[in-house]
Design a protein around this ligand. Sequence first.
Ligand SMILES: Cc1cc2nc3c(=O)[nH]c(=O)nc-3n(C[C@H](O)[C@H](O)[C@H](O)COP(=O)(O)O)c2cc1C
Length: 263
Amino acid sequence: MSAVIENLKPLHLKPVRNLDPNALPLEDSKLHLLLCATGSVATIKIPNMVQALSRHANISIRLVFTKAAKNFLRGQSAEQPTLEEIEALPSVDGIYVDEHEWSEPWVRGNKILHIELRRWADIMVIAPLSAGTLAKITQGWSDNLLLSVIRAWDTTGEVDPVRNLQGDNGDPEGARQKKKILVAPSMNTAMWKQPITKKQVDILDEEWGAKNGGWFEVLLPMEKQLACGDVGAGAMKDWREIVEVIEDRLGLNIGHEADARSV
Ligand SMILES: Cc1cc2nc3c(=O)[nH]c(=O)nc-3n(C[C@H](O)[C@H](O)[C@H](O)COP(=O)(O)O)c2cc1C
């Protein structure tokens, strides 16, 4: 698959903004996408996904990268721009890494970034989801910013009001409205086929799955030749299909002609 990133350069380079966690407006008439990446090679598809989604004028995108994910986006190749370059793309309103959680000493009254991001997000998407983060999610780990957002997610629908999203009809009738977390696992074929993977994916897809009244939706990997040379299952679902799912869940495909940004 080619990874053409259109219209990316020239850009006004600027440091990744150390955004004030207080500056997370809940009512700005935009749809809020929290797009996250973990330490899988498919992180290099993040710029493509952001660019494709940013054609919608009514979307606000904030990104979270794990420490490992940052390594794939350092400007080392044409398809791997820096976080600064990604932040300059339309509709990107912030990029967050672990250090932002502790950017200033916490005192009573200060907001807590992972809680604010949780409140802000209409939907959270982790694409790609590494084997490591998959394992940690299923065991309740919360030792980085991304995992803390997931661990603090409103799994009952009692804490966060769900804004009315046209495309969100995944809840069984009568169930409480819950905001969703979409995950797109991406790993080496042998990692994918290791028996623990299925157990962990089943937790997300079945036990905590939106189709059963939960809050997770798993976008299963595809088969192809992986970056490491192995051929088989485990590659992240095609980024274009992931974009389509996001558009559908956010209701962006409804009348998108009206809200599409000309790029
Ligand atoms: C070059 C490179 C590529 C990697 N690709 C993957 C991958 O595709 N999937 C995966 O699960 N782990 C991959 N890893 C291993 C993860 O980066 C590693 O397990 C890391 O601890 C994951 O951290 P995170 O889940 O917090 O992002 C790769 C590591 C390296 C050095």
